[in-house]
Design a protein around this ligand. Structure first.
Ligand SMILES: C[S@@+](CC[C@H](N)C(=O)[O-])C[C@H]1O[C@@H](n2cnc3c(N)ncnc32)[C@H](O)[C@@H]1O
Length: 348
């Protein structure tokens, strides 16, 4: 990074995470107990199996399209994709219609994914226009929380954007700069100008989502998103830097810590509605996974297990489902354009 420069918060985070030389996601495999964080596919294989079964059910509900694209957004270490493919194979008619695309930005993670996943159906893409004609279902687990956001604040009737100023390499500080007219227009569009306190605006995330929405509008299909986030903004900064499973200062261990922010699900909903997609009610991860039968599946598996294995599987279920752990903070959204209504996992 240059000397005595200012850079917007989202650009700063983008560099810290994705710089080709020193970015966090360009230099390591951060997932798992020995990494910095654990995501649901690594908590339990049942998470991936349930997503696979839900996907097959969606395909069936749309009258079994002959060309069906499954696009995973930010596949991490590839664990989820492996589980999905193993489960998809159990449904031969579905499997014959299937193409899998992995949308990944980190060259380093692509290498890890390619070692893990050896299957002719899988294509790695950096551009959405590589997706061929076919009903297209996008899936992202903790994809949007890893996309940097902008922050704004209002002071004396003027809106400012948060920037970071570096004086010397080790001396960074926040700095407020008058917000651009274009950004203010966007904030207004999403009803964000009325909010006091910290206004979070996922400009880069929206750009990604717009590309995805245009594929869905062209080919039909949908987007299933699971992420930690909120429906009502608390007007505070939700940016967090994590190193070795612990909170870390944003200005420390740059390139060596993961930086995330909570996803504003109301804003996503707004964008889907503006684009005339159907959208299901946003529910918690606990609600969704239980509705699609994760506990039934766990109990079938547990009936053939030793006491120790049983305790392990229920310990993992607790982690995914408990409101004190990932169950409530993680939300699930599904927006789609299709022949038939599909509400599996979202209705009582
Ligand atoms: C927090 S990780 C989640 C990984 C995985 N989905 C899981 O649940 O374990 C975020 C993933 O999204 C990828 N990513 C972030 N921004 C991206 C972008 N704009 N385009 C493609 N991939 C991106 C990261 O490289 C990483 O693979």
């Amino acid at each position: 990074m240059g000397q005595s420069k200012i850079v917007s918060l989202d650009r700063f985070v983008e560099k810290s995470l994705y710089d080709k030389e020193f970015g966090y996601y360009s230099t390591r495999n951060p997932f798992g107990v020995s990494g910095d964080f654990i995501t649901s596919p690594l908590v339990s294989i049942l998470f991936g199996e349930m997503i696979a079964i839900w996907t097959v059910a969606f395909w069936e509900s749309q009258q079994k399209p002959k060309n069906f694209n499954f696009i995973e957004l930010g596949p991490g270490d590839g664990s989820l994709c492996k589980t999905l493919l193993n489960t998809f194979k159990k449904f031969p008619e579905f499997y014959n219609s299937l193409n899998v695309y992995l949308y990944e930005k980190s060259e380093h993670l692509i290498k890890i994914q390619k070692k893990e996943i050896k299957n002719d159906k899988v294509l790695w893409i950096r551009k959405m226009d590589k997706i061929k004609n076919g009903t297209s279902l996008f899936f992202g687990n903790e994809f949007f929380d890893a996309i940097p956001i902008k922050q704004f604040e209002k002071k004396n009737k003027t809106f400012y954007e948060k920037f970071i100023r570096y004086k010397k390499k080790d001396h960074l500080e926040f700095f407020l700069k008058k917000a651009s007219k274009n950004d203010l227009k966007e904030l207004k569009k999403f009803n964000l100008l009325k909010k006091g306190g910290v206004i979070e605006y996922p400009k880069m995330g929206i750009a990604e989502l717009n590309k995805i929405i245009s594929v869905i509008k062209r080919y039909q299909g949908g987007i299933l998103l699971i992420d930690y986030g909120y429906k009502k903004s608390q007007k505070i900064s939700t940016i967090q830097s994590i190193k070795a499973h612990k909170k870390n200062s944003l200005f420390k261990n740059i390139g060596n810590s993961d930086i995330t922010s909570l996803v504003n699900f109301s804003l996503l909903k707004n964008l889907f509605i503006k684009n005339k997609l159907k959208i299901n009610k946003i529910v918690s991860q606990s609600f969704f996974l239980q509705k699609i039968g994760i506990l039934k599946r766990a109990s079938i598996l547990a009936s053939k297990m030793t006491f120790r294995e049983k305790s392990n599987i229920y310990f993992r279920m607790q982690r995914l489902l408990s409101n004190k752990q990932m169950g409530a903070l993680f939300k699930v959204a599904f927006a789609y354009k299709g022949k038939k209504k599909f509400t599996l996992g979202f209705e009582k």
